[in-house]
Design a protein around this ligand. Sequence first.
Ligand SMILES: [Zn+2]
Length: 101
Amino acid sequence: MKMELTEIKETQCPECGSRPTRIEKGIQHCNEEIRFDCGCILSYSPNFKRMETDIVCPNAPKEKRKAAKREKFIENILDIIDASKVDEEFKIKARFAMRFL
Ligand SMILES: [Zn+2]
């Protein structure tokens, strides 16, 4: 994938090294955006004059730990729902609501 970005120097994900899947450069403004195979998105906006991470690499150790904690949290809640004495209809609703976290 070849397109010259002037502000974003990364040519691979800074966390996991995956390749770019999409590179965009604004025509009127100098916005730049680069998306990587892993899902990480970096962008540069001339208004703020800095590069930002729009979507953090899911392979970054910190993100992996965060995801594991969230998964464990959901498992715990599901156990609580299952063990609860509330009616089955409410349990189904509660389990369904967990999908929107
Ligand atoms: Zn990555």
